[in-house]
Design a protein around this ligand. Structure first.
Ligand code: NAD
Length: 424
């Protein structure tokens, strides 16, 4: 029988607590200087800005924005900008730490950052969102730049937001600077394949993990929670290669076909909102039921903290590949470890997004666009390289996939800190 640790943090846990806990777990396996671990428990700096915005009715409203810089020992800070009512200093710090590990596991020359504005973007008109974004770019201008800190889209922001952000920065700097943000539309220096990249990398890593366990993709059944950008691209990648995707969901519920859904026929949320749960499938079910389906691979690709102490014992999948950021709480992770269910972590599986952001930054700096074929080919190579590094740690130590991934990341970061010196 599996039991939750009564001393564990109450769920859902904060991103910063999760990030610190994972750092400590990885550090316990490595001979890393205590000073470096202590340094990595904290962000380098956190910026808090206030942003006046003229609403469409002529009134002025103040908004609060954050940008957390965690660590830049391996290169400029990199991470998303989120527009959401729950954005906070604490959340930005935790998510910036995850970005440090994610960039390191992919061996990208970047450190970790995250930020955003406390706002519900659905309550803003497009003009108001543009004014908010431009003023935010101006407030952050002293601390961002292609060699300092390169934001990207996240929840509530999109390629259009990044285009405004880049334009505002460029106007003030007096030169067009596409490399200041990634996730832009291709016409202003964005990369082909950026949108599909996180889902595609989830597909590639699932393919490799399945192969590692000697399973056949053609015999695989898969359930995907969240048929959005990450979930739909991952599901279609696996479906196109012979796997049977039996269930997918959106916020309103799940659809199920034991013979496998045609994932190219089901429209995702961006294509037509509400279409997933409205699709004509043999069965419908709740999101909770989807998570407990008896499938080979479960891919939670919607939101964080969906696999918890409450449902982890009921999960019947033989493997979990994390498409969303932080879908598994620490307690659930412990239960899966006891139950011998491999969990391939988010910072590896969905890292295709930041990897193609890195390609975009390279293209911007070199003023030379890559073809979609080249992007996908290089993404495949980077993902395989990261997978091999993690697999080596997994094979040589008695650890979980998550620990192996953090060990790869931390050892690279610690080595760089040792070489440069902490300057305490
Ligand atoms: P998205 O908005 O395109 O899709 C999210 C999907 O999840 C939608 O189908 C939505 O209906 C569904 N959903 C929302 N709330 C839900 C709930 N409470 N229960 C079940 N389903 C729900 O978002 P996305 O870009 O695909 O991101 C999904 C996850 O992946 C997030 O955790 C995000 O942080 C992470 N992620 C995204 C990227 C990226 O570049 N898009 C990169 C790395 C990680």
């Amino acid at each position: 029988m599996t039991t939750a640790d009564p001393t564990a943090e109450p769920e859902p846990e904060s991103a910063v607590e999760t990030a610190r806990r994972q750092l400590e777990r990885a550090a316990a396996h490595l001979d890393v200087d205590d000073g470096i671990v202590e340094r990595l428990r904290h962000p380098t700096s956190v910026y808090r800005v206030t942003i006046p915005v003229e609403r469409d009715d002529g009134s002025t409203e103040m908004f609060t924005g954050y940008r957390a810089h965690h660590d830049s020992v391996r290169g400029p800070y990199k991470g998303g900008l989120r527009y959401h009512p729950d954005v906070s200093e604490e959340e930005s710090i935790g998510l910036s730490m995850w970005m440090t590990w994610k960039c390191a596991v992919m061996n990208l020359p970047f450190g970790g950052a995250k930020g955003g504005i406390v706002v519900d973007p659905k309550e803003l008109s497009s003009d108001e969102k543009e004014r908010l974004t431009r003023r935010f770019a101006e407030e952050l201008r002293p601390i961002i730049g292609p060699m300092k800190d390169i934001p990207a889209p996240d929840m509530g922001t999109d390629p259009a937001t990044m285009a405004w952000f880049m334009d505002a920065y460029s106007m003030q700097e007096g030169e067009t600077t596409p490399g200041v943000v990634t996730g832009k539309p291709p016409v202003v220096g964005g990369s082909y394949g950026r949108e599909e990249a996180p889902g595609r990398s989830v597909g590639i890593i699932t393919r490799e993990a399945v192969d590692y366990y000697g399973w056949d993709l053609e015999d695989l059944t898969v359930a995907v929670q969240g048929f959005g950008s990450v979930g739909a691209n991952a599901a279609r990648y696996l479906d196109d290669r012979g796997a049977s995707v039996v269930a997918v969901s959106d916020v309103d519920g799940a659809i199920y076909d034991p013979d496998g859904l045609d994932t190219n026929d089901v429209e995702d949320h961006d294509e037509t909102p509400g279409m997933v749960s409205g699709y004509d499938a043999p069965e419908t079910m709740s999101n909770e039921e989807l998570l407990e389906l008896d499938v080979d691979v479960l891919i939670p690709a919607a939101i964080g903290n969906v696999l918890t102490a409450e449902n982890a014992a009921n999960v019947q999948a033989d493997m979990i590949v994390e498409g969303a950021n932080g879908p598994t709480t620490s307690t659930a992770g412990q239960i899966f470890e006891e139950r011998d269910i491999p969990v391939i972590p988010d910072i590896l599986a969905n890292a295709g997004g930041v990897t193609v952001s890195y390609f975009e930054w390279l293209q911007d700096i070199n003023r030379r666009a890559w073809s979609l074929e080249r992007v996908n080919q290089e993404l495949e190579e980077e993902m395989l390289e990261a997978w091999r590094a993690v697999r080596e740690e997994y094979d040589s130590r008695d650890v979980t996939w998550r620990d192996a991934t953090y060990i790869v990341a931390l050892s690279r970061i610690a080595e760089a800190h040792e070489a440069r010196g902490l300057w305490p």
